[in-house]
Each structure stands twice: as structure tokens, then as C-alpha cells.
Design a protein. Structure first.
Length: 253
């Protein structure tokens, strides 16, 4: 019987217990396994409105969750292992898109870890919400006894999810995050590129300057008088015409 209980718990932790999904807009809970789920819950009384609904990519959430470190008996360890962060982020992305301004996300995540002597399951209970495009993570517990206790008596423990008003005993840290309190992290969300960068605008080719018109060469007055005299010598104009045109040219002096 004891072996059967352990087998059931391990199957639940591996995510083999499935539930029927509700439409994203009305869905309130995302069940990943027995002790890993996310649910939309009313925010604490007096809490300011959150930036929900908000569309954030699973990749951005996975990067943020994967950066969180928690103080442990052995020093510091990652709050979520890589596979755990990836699984949570997909459901959390849907939950944030469905959540309302007056709602938080409460979640539990349990993942097996390899300790110094044997493996153990770390169970995280936390509250999450988005404000101004940043992820607020309030941690209540990072416990090692939940799955083991469940194998003994099949009693589900009472969970708490972090509070804006009451600090818990855990201590968190993440590169580039703001520590509101030791148990409260505000994490930036870097959104990976999902569309190619726009092609750079072609460089403007300067238009050639307009052609400069060639100067109109006007014969000098001296040359015009010489040409006029030559016309008279060749009898191409009369003496009277020569005298008249010569007077006209001399008026230009």
C-alpha cells in the first residue's frame, strides 16, 4: 500500500493527471499536476488595480522565473528548475491574458530536485501579478515536505500564497530585479522578438544638381561695328542703312 501511494504521488508530480481545459476567457484554474497549478483569485482587500488582462509571451515569463534564486539550507538555489519554469510560463501567460484588474494569480509548483544525499520535491507557493509591464512575485513557501507528507497520510496540506501586507520568512534574489521585500521581487519582462526587424530604409541618393545653362555669348560692340562695316564693303547693305545701324550701335556706349 505504501508503494502504491508513492507511485500515485510520482505520477501526479510528473503531470500525468489531466483535467479538461475551459475556454481561456472564462477559465479560472490551470492544473499541471497534483501539486502544480495556477488559479485566478481575487486580489487582497485594498490592493491597487493590476495591469490585467495583459498579453505577455511565455518566453518572457520563463526567462523571469528562471532567474529567481531562493535562500536554502545549502545556500542559494534556483526557485524553479528549467523544465518547471517552461511549464509554468505557458499556463501563466494564458492566465494573465484572462485575469482582471482586481485579480492575482495564486500558484503552486512542485518539482523534483537532486539533493546532496537523495532527491526531494521542492514545493513553491506564491502570488503573482503584473503592474506596469513588470512581474510581481510574492513567495510564501519553498517547502521540501509536501510530497513526502502526502505519501504518508494522503492529506493535502493548507497552502498560503504570499501577501502584500505580511512578509514571509523566505528570501529571494534575481539579477536586474527590484526587491520590494526579501520575499517580494519585481522582475522586468524582456519580450523576445517574434517578428523580424524591419528592413533599414534605403539610403537617399542625392539628385544631381540641375544643369547650369551655358552662357549666351554676345558679340562685343567693337565686333558688331566691324561686321557692320564689312557688310557695307560687300555692298550687302546700302550706305544709308549702314549709317543708321551704326548710329544705333553707338547709342549703346
Amino acid at each position: 500500500m505504501h508503494a502504491l501511494r508513492i507511485a500515485l504521488v510520482l505520477a501526479a508530480l510528473a503531470g500525468q493527471l489531466s483535467t479538461q481545459a475551459a475556454p481561456p476567457s472564462t477559465r479560472r484554474q490551470w492544473d499541471l499536476s497534483q501539486f502544480t497549478w495556477i488559479r485566478r483569485s481575487p486580489a487582497e482587500p485594498g490592493a491597487p488595480a493590476n495591469s490585467h488582462p495583459f498579453k505577455v509571451s511565455p518566453q518572457a515569463l520563463e526567462q523571469a522565473l528562471g532567474s529567481v534564486l531562493v535562500a536554502s539550507p545549502a545556500g542559494e538555489e534556483h526557485l524553479f528548475d528549467p523544465g518547471e519554469a517552461a511549464g509554468l510560463s505557458r499556463s501563466m501567460s494564458e492566465a494573465f491574458e484572462a485575469a482582471q484588474p482586481g485579480e492575482d494569480l495564486e500558484f503552486i509548483s512542485t518539482s523534483k530536485r537532486l539533493g546532496s544525499i537523495s532527491s526531494y520535491a521542492l514545493t513553491v507557493t506564491a502570488r503573482a501579478f503584473l503592474v506596469g509591464g513588470r512581474l510581481n512575485l510574492l513567495l510564501h513557501d519553498a517547502r521540501r515536505d509536501v510530497a513526502y507528507a502526502y505519501t504518508l497520510d494522503f492529506q493535502t496540506p493548507r497552502f498560503e500564497f504570499g501577501s502584500r501586507n505580511r512578509a514571509s520568512a523566505v528570501a529571494l534574489r534575481a539579477e536586474g530585479a527590484e526587491n520590494r521585500r526579501p520575499d517580494w521581487l519585481i522582475l522586468p519582462l524582456s519580450v523576445p522578438l517574434s517578428q523580424p526587424l524591419p528592413a533599414p530604409a534605403p539610403m537617399a541618393v542625392p539628385l544631381p544638381p540641375p544643369p547650369v545653362p551655358a552662357p549666351v555669348l554676345t558679340p562685343s560692340l567693337e565686333n558688331r561695328l566691324i561686321q557692320l562695316k564689312r557688310l557695307r564693303e560687300l555692298n550687302l547693305i546700302t550706305e544709308e542703312e549702314y549709317a543708321r545701324r551704326k548710329q544705333e550701335l553707338l547709342k549703346e556706349l
